[in-house]
Design a protein around this ligand. Structure first.
Ligand code: UT7
Length: 335
């Protein structure tokens, strides 16, 4: 018997406002056909005035807590992954902390972009297994819509991203090899590719101020992505790290019941699925409805799988992501 980290509740939240590809056609030179063909996306959600990242995170968190059968007073800590913080500092998690009324438990934002939720699970797993904490709330939360260039200039990125939040409650439990819990975690990064997918400004790398009228005029405050370059790395790294994590867990790919891949592009996931020879039925996707929600995509998929009745106790779930940094990782769980 060893101490392991068990996911005991899931939740998600998206804004009500649906933005279809046709809606985007009205704002920039793009087409429903191009977007669907290149990415698989049909629509995404954008917040309306008055909605905030911590508001989305709160709904997802309360759903996860309810599913776990515990209250905020039962938590020892909160880790929230995001690349779109509510304020540059302190981030998003502190506003969530306030909304939840979380007394004085620690919380922090974790920045590993689209791999952020898996990095956060890795941190939570370490906290639990080292005995520092018993129960944590782990979230991915993004509001991309307020940071996208909605002109034709920004179309390559703007059509891809959506807003959403996903949450899980992770709890320590003594168990053997056949009991529920995180079986293996592998995370990686390669900083030399950082500028291939990033937002340059505002940033403290700019002197003497973090953003200038020139930077704004040049559009360097919008996300910049070298799409094909990112695509090539994603289709290589995702199968690689998934294989590495399954090996660490001592699980064969055939024994995995559900593969949850980051939802950046349906074509990326098709390529990964084909390379690994995995049946499509084991690979749910929600990018068609929500676009790329970065750190929130995987916990949203997990919540949909759980509430949709696609997960049973004992199932093996393999979650894999790739994103800006570059970062990538995989977590294998027995449900
Ligand atoms: O979550 C983080 C990780 N992110 C990713 O993994 C994303 C990885 N990359 C991708 O998913 C794909 O590269 C994209 C979906 C971003 C782009 O697809 P692509 O097949 O690589 O297209 P492209 O960038 O090579 O662009 C092809 C053409 C270009 O026109 P020309 O130069 O061929 O005349 C673009 O200007 O499509 C044009 N284009 C668009 N047209 C209509 C770019 N964006 C759009 C658009 N609507 N939104």
């Amino acid at each position: 018997m060893t101490l392991r980290s068990v996911i005991v509740g899931t939740g998600m939240s998206v804004p009500d406002r649906v933005v279809t590809n046709r809606d985007l056609e009205a704002r920039m030179d793009t087409s429903d056909e191009w977007i669907q063909q290149r990415s698989g996306i049909r629509e995404r959600r954008h917040i309306a005035e008055g909605e905030t990242p911590s508001g989305l995170a709160e709904v997802a968190a309360r759903r996860a807590l309810e599913a776990a059968g515990c209250g905020v007073e039962d938590l020892d800590g909160i880790v929230l992954a995001t690349l779109s913080p509510e304020a540059d500092f302190p981030g998003t998690s502190f506003f969530l902390h306030e909304r939840l009324g979380a007394d004085t438990i620690p919380c922090f934002d974790l920045r590993a972009q689209c791999s952020g939720f898996l990095y956060s699970l890795s941190v939570a797993d370490g906290m639990i297994r080292s005995g520092q904490m018993r129960r944590l709330l782990v979230l991915g939360c993004e509001v991309h819509s307020t940071g996208l260039d909605m002109s034709t200039e920004g179309r390559d990125v703007a059509v891809l991203f959506g807003d959403g939040a996903g949450a899980v409650v992770v709890e320590g439990a003594e168990g053997g090899a056949d009991d529920a819990g995180i079986l293996a975690v592998r995370i990686h990064a390669e900083g030399r590719h950082a500028r291939r997918l990033w937002i340059e400004a505002p940033g403290s790398g700019h002197y003497p101020v973090r953003v200038t009228p020139e930077i704004l005029a040049e559009g360097r405050h919008w996300p910049h992505m070298e799409g094909r370059y990112v695509f090539k790395h994603a289709v290589t790294r995702m199968p690689e790290v998934l294989g590495e994590t399954l090996d660490t867990a001592g699980i064969k790919a055939d024994d995995v019941d559900l593969f949850l891949f980051h939802q950046a592009n349906l074509r990326i996931n098709e390529a990964v699925i084909q390379a690994l020879g995995i049946p499509h039925v084991k690979c749910p996707s929600n990018i068609q409805r929500y676009g790329n929600c970065s750190a929130a995509s995987i916990p949203m998929l997990l919540d949909e799988a759980q509430r949709g009745g696609h997960l049973e106790p004992g199932n093996i779930v393999a979650m894999t992501a790739f994103g800006s940094g570059f970062t990538w990782g995989s977590v294998v769980v027995r449900w």
